[in-house]
Design a protein around this ligand. Structure first.
Ligand SMILES: Nc1ncnc2c1ncn2[C@@H]1O[C@H](COP(=O)(O)OP(=O)(O)OP(=O)(O)O)[C@@H](O)[C@H]1O
Ligand SMILES: [Mg+2]
Length: 326
């Protein structure tokens, strides 16, 4: 059985904004997620993380490229079509459980819908199955009859996670699952997600702004900047040996409390310049307006992804052959 579960090939998602103008929200993304991975997808606001998630789910018709999942593949010609198998296997948990759960339904109705649509159990077993799923996310049985309006933010997110688990999925996209929650309950939700990953043999795409969370949760990391991935690495390598100037910039901006942690940080890379508008992405390397190491070539040619070590790829001219390493 192949190790690869989700493969994005040259994925593009452009949004029209006015005459002949496009936001290139996702602009040629290559990413492979293996079975059992927790792939952290990190990047500033507007870098295209959610757009990747929504395009994979079939919420947008992709502009170009290919999505492969478990033997199926989807292109622009597939439009929004996703097979029933894909709809069972691939689930998403959104950032804000408040707006993703219908406030007029109780938890029982919310969870019974996917169970009915996908005929997960016979109709007379639905309540038993709901109780089983609530147990998985450690919510008490009486939650069945509660409405999302009457429960807290963390509990709502647990209900969203329970809904994602209804069809025994293989892959879950978590789009900033804790960033709308109170800090005190973020850790509880993260721990629950880690537990479920192990127990249910899941694979995650974990979208986050929070480098600390990402370090605790993911085994691999992909960094996005203006619709493109600039570096992918195993989490440990990523912290020990970040290569792309943007990655170094992100890591050197994390506040630390001890001198030991400070000593472990990569060299300080100061951000220069401004973030370009996603409608007007600069020619050459899109990071060139902010990169302290840019050369003429960076203003002209868009770098390609290069594998520096097994599993560690970077998209930066500093790592081209013949160029002195950064
Ligand atoms: N439906 C849309 N129509 C037009 N532009 C869009 C649409 N959805 C997203 N965009 C634009 O695409 C870019 C990427 O947005 P996206 O929401 O994917 O970023 P993100 O990395 O998820 O950001 P955040 O961290 O704030 O959630 C942004 O410039 C955004 O304004
Ligand atoms: Mg987003």
């Amino acid at each position: 059985m192949s190790q690869e579960l989700l493969k994005l090939r040259e994925l593009k998602q452009y949004f029209p904004v006015g005459k002949d103008k496009f936001v290139r929200a996702v602009d040629g993304v290559d990413l492979t997620i293996n079975r059992g991975d927790v792939m952290g997808l990190v990047g500033e606001s507007g870098s295209g993380k959610s757009t990747i998630a929504y395009t994979v789910m079939g919420m947008y018709r992709m502009t170009g490229g290919k999505i492969e999942f478990g033997g199926e593949s989807f292109t622009r010609e597939s439009r929004l079509h996703r097979s029933m198998q894909f709809r069972r296997d691939v689930q998403i948990v959104f950032q804000d459980p408040g707006s993703s759960l219908n406030p007029y339904q109780d938890v029982r109705s919310i969870l019974s819908l996917p169970l009915k649509v996908h005929r997960v159990v016979p109709p007379n077993r639905i309540d038993d199955k709901i109780l089983e799923i609530l147990r998985m996310v450690e919510l008490p049985p009486e939650f069945m009859y509660k409405s999302p309006n009457s429960i807290g933010g963390g509990e709502k997110q647990l209900v969203s996670i329970a809904r994602a688990l209804c069809c025994s999925p293989r892959f879950i996209i978590l789009d900033e699952p804790t960033s709308s929650l109170d800090v005190s309950i973020q850790a509880k939700i993260i721990n629950m997600l880690i537990k479920l990953h192990k127990e249910q043999k899941l694979t995650y795409m974990f979208i986050t702004h929070d480098m600390g969370v990402m370090r605790n949760v993911s085994n691999r990391v992909a960094i996005m900047y203006l619709g493109k991935i600039c570096e992918i690495a195993p989490t440990e390598t990523f912290y020990a040996k970040p290569l792309h100037p943007y990655t170094q910039m992100l890591l050197s901006a994390i506040p630390v409390v001890s001198d030991e942690d400070e000593a472990l940080k990569p060299r300080k890379v100061e951000c220069v310049g401004e973030i370009p508008s996603p409608v007007n992405i600069p020619a050459g390397c899109s990071f060139n307006t902010r990169c302290p190491f840019k050369t003429d070539r960076c203003m002209r040619d868009d770098p390609r992804m290069k594998e520096i070590e097994p599993g560690h790829v970077v998209r930066c001219h500093l790592f081209d052959e013949g160029h002195g390493k950064a």
